[in-house]
Write a protein that binds this ligand. Structure first.
Ligand SMILES: *[C@@H]1O[C@H](CO)[C@@H](O)[C@H](O)[C@H]1NC(C)=O
Ligand SMILES: *[C@@H]1O[C@H](CO)[C@@H](O)[C@H](O)[C@H]1NC(C)=O
Ligand SMILES: *[C@@H]1O[C@H](CO)[C@@H](O)[C@H](O)[C@H]1NC(C)=O
Ligand SMILES: *[C@@H]1O[C@H](CO)[C@@H](O)[C@H](O)[C@H]1NC(C)=O
Ligand SMILES: *[C@@H]1O[C@H](CO)[C@@H](O)[C@H](O)[C@H]1NC(C)=O
Ligand SMILES: *[C@@H]1O[C@H](CO)[C@@H](O)[C@H](O)[C@H]1NC(C)=O
Ligand SMILES: CC(=O)N[C@H]1CO[C@H](CO)[C@@H](O)[C@@H]1O
Length: 656
């Protein structure tokens, strides 16, 4: 208290002792005012220098530095104006009047106590004036009530007029664009002050630009501001389908595709097309007030849709006639799959060349085939397309069997969509002659014999069934062989007992020979009768049932004979030159010539560099006059004598 009294006394003395120019400043009633000390250029020259503010040389108002300021210096965390920009930082020596009232008018004294030089006074006379009121903005004589103008189209013109009703001659009305002063037009007519801006040929850059009209009639109060933002209708800057440069779609596997439309106002509606088909997007997202619009599609195209155009279209409701779109061409495919799901058994014989064909379905074509042996040895081959199929490829591997080459051989193809998941598996087992066939031989009619054989494993080479029929005297009645094993012999002597002999054979040998005795029809009936009589003796009362059974048997035989007769007629129509006794049957009951596959369709090349190539060549020239047109994958040993060039393909294999 004592210090304050001393201070005031001291001040009173110094006021009396100096004369200073008085600066007149205006402040708007009801608003904040900031009184600068000496135009804000005060520099305190030491820790004990300070600034004092007094009103009407009576009231002590403010001192800088003060406790609050020093406190904030010691606790830098609590400094309020830390983020102020240089230049707009508040001058701490200024006097702040929060809300100016009429009583705030008067004389203000700012005294600067320097440490090393005499103190200096700055005098301000504050005049309280009326507010000009918030300016009104007109767009072609229509008042802009909100904060936006528009939306406007690109190329249009705009005139904005800012008006303030005031008689104050000091009033200034001006425009700022994005914070930069642009127009300070005064058009004072009676009691209206106005400033107009003319914007011609609006462009995209005018969208969302921020305009402010300011009305100012004071020196130490902030101007009154009306802000508006220009809104525009905008065509998209870009429409883009986002696929990360990967246009490959795995058939049947869904994949998310985004279409991003940038800078379209209003936010567009987005449609998708694949070829001519309209697709339904799975989600639609708008980000940043329509600046970014993202439409997401879950696409799961089919193989037929490969090379179709995927189109993303953005529709701006204000530009219905304009087309904004992005197009990409998609590739649809799938990774290779084995053509057969089962394990293929291969019969290998020591020192014989063996070939396996790995046949896969894939789109696009496989880049390579990887072969893995039981012992993890890996080999790579290329493939060729099987000409009669669209997406079928084959690669073959040939080797010379050695001891221990028994076990599983796996083949996997790889294409642009990846490696085959389930390999084609070859079970390499010891080969040899075929397994014994099982034949069902029946004499249904006295002079007919029906043969139905099931062939066993072929031992690694194509097999044929051989069937011979002898009579009681050992005379050869029929001698047939083919790959199917289904025969029907007619016109045989019905009263004779026969013997059937059959076996299967391939180039490696023949299976065990099987022999069946076929009793003559009469013998069979006689034997049946004896049996019946024997059972009659034992169980007399069963006779009526057995007689009924015999009747049924006879009926069945008759029915069978009629059926066979019909089939014979059919067979004769189809095949004139065939042996009338030989009628192999197939599913539709008519004769169909089975493909002749007795020739080995194999080409040999060894994958073991130590192989005797001449040996495989000689085998090849024996067995290679013909190559199946459906599997043109034979690999040819370079330099081998060879007269059929169709099989010379570019296929190669490599050791790894
Ligand atoms: C409007 O501006 C665009 C580019 O900014 C220009 O190409 C066009 O000629 C202008 N139109 C007029 C009428 O000035
Ligand atoms: C909209 O996106 C464009 C392009 O990325 C950008 O230049 C512009 O500033 C964005 N506008 C808004 C309002 O975010
Ligand atoms: C391979 O064939 C042999 C002989 O038929 C058989 O015992 C074996 O189980 C087969 N292996 C596989 C994996 O199929
Ligand atoms: C049956 O015909 C085959 C030729 O098809 C012949 O090799 C075989 O010796 C013949 N069998 C008899 C017993 O004549
Ligand atoms: C057929 O063989 C049986 C013995 O199994 C014999 O009793 C019968 O006389 C033979 N039939 C003919 C026609 O030789
Ligand atoms: C090829 O086979 C021979 C013996 O059959 C063997 O000694 C040699 O290591 C094999 N070469 C390769 C590369 O496997
Ligand atoms: C090298 C080779 O594969 N040789 C075979 C040629 O064919 C005969 C039978 O036709 C085999 O016995 C050889 O081992």
């Amino acid at each position: 208290m004592l210090i304050f009294v001393l201070l005031t006394a001291c001040l009173a003395w110094s006021i009396n002792g100096q004369e200073t120019d008085i600066v007149v400043l205006r402040a708007i009633r009801g608003r904040e005012a900031r009184l600068p000390c000496g135009q804000g250029t005060v520099f305190l020259d030491g820790p004990s220098s300070y600034v004092l503010w007094l009103k009407d040389d009576r009231d002590f108002l403010y001192r800088f530095p003060n406790e609050e300021y020093e406190h904030s210096l010691m606790n830098p965390d609590r400094i309020v104006e830390t983020s102020c920009n240089p230049g707009s930082c508040r001058d701490q020596t200024a006097l702040l009047v929060k809300k100016v009232t009429n009583r705030d008018g008067g004389l203000y004294r700012c005294r600067v106590h320097y440490q090393t030089s005499p103190s200096v006074d700055h005098l301000i006379e504050l005049r309280v004036i009326d507010s000009p009121g918030i300016p009104t903005v007109y767009n072609d004589d229509e008042e802009v009530k909100g904060v936006t103008v528009g939306p406007l189209s690109v190329g249009s013109d705009l005139t904005l007029s800012c008006r303030v009703q005031s008689k104050d001659p000091e009033i200034e009305v001006y425009w700022r664009r994005n914070g930069v002063m642009m127009e300070r037009t005064h058009l004072t007519r009676t009691d209206v002050v106005r400033a107009d801006i003319h914007l011609y040929n609006l462009t995209r850059s005018d969208a969302d630009s921020h305009y402010e009209c300011l009305a100012q009639n004071s020196d130490v109060s902030e101007p009154l501001i009306k802000s508006i933002v220009i809104k525009m209708y905008l065509a998209p800057l870009s429409v883009q389908i986002r696929l990360d440069e990967n246009y490959g779609f795995e058939a049947g596997i869904p994949r998310l595709v985004d279409c991003v439309v940038i800078g379209c106002v209003p936010a567009p509606s987005i449609s998708w097309h694949l070829g001519d088909t309209l697709l339904r997007p799975t989600s639609h997202k708008e980000v940043n007030e329509g600046n970014y619009t993202v439409s997401t599609l879950t696409l799961s195209p089919s193989l037929q849709e490969s090379h179709y155009e995927l189109t993303c279209r953005a529709h701006n409701s204000h530009m219905p006639s304009e087309l904004f779109q992005d197009k990409v061409v998609i590739n649809v495919g799938y990774r290779p799959t084995c053509q057969t799901g089962r394990v293929e058994r291969v019969g290998a014989v020591l020192r014989e060349a063996e070939t396996v064909h790995c046949i896969v379905d894939a789109s696009p074509e496989p880049l390579q085939f990887t072969w893995t042996f039981e012992d993890s040895k890996t080999l790579y081959t290329s493939g060729t397309r099987i000409s009669s199929y669209r997406n079928r490829y084959s690669s073959s591997l040939t080797w010379l069997s050695r001891d221990g080459d028994i076990g599983l051989l796996q083949c996997r193809a790889t294409n642009a969509f990846g490696e085959q998941k389930n390999p084609c598996v070859f079970n390499i087992t010891a080969g040899g002659p075929p397994e014994s066939p099982e034949c069902d031989v029946q004499r249904t009619v006295p002079n007919h014999v029906a043969v139905h054989c099931r062939l066993g494993w072929d031992g690694g080479r194509p097999q044929k069934l051989y069937f011979e029929l002898y009579d009681e005297s050992g005379r050869l009645l029929r001698n047939v062989s083919d790959v199917v094993g289904k025969y029907h012999f007619k016109n045989l002597p019905g009263h004779q007992n026969f013997t059937a002999v059959y076996y299967a054979a391939n180039t490696r040998g023949r299976s065990q020979q099987m022999k069946i005795g076929l009793k003559s029809y009469s013998t069979a009936i006689a034997e049946e009768k004896i049996e019946l009589e024997m059972s009659n003796d034992i169980v007399y009362k069963w006779v009526p049932y057995i007689e009924t059974l015999a009747g049924i048997v006879t009926l069945s035989i008759t029915a069978a004979a009629i059926t066979l007769g019909a089939k014979l007629v059919c067979a004769k129509r189809d095949r004139e030159d065939s042996n009338p006794d030989l009628v192999p049957r197939d599913a539709n009951g008519c004769f169909h010539r089975e493909p002749d596959i007795t020739k080995e369709e194999r080409c040999f090349e060894s994958t073991n560099v130590t192989v005797n190539q001449m040996a495989s060549c000689s085998n090849m020239s024996n067995t290679m006059p013909f190559c199946s047109p459906t599997v043109p994958t034979c690999r040819v040993v370079i330099g081998c004598p060879h007269d059929d060039d169709d099989c010379v393909t570019s296929q190669q294999s490599y050791f790894v």
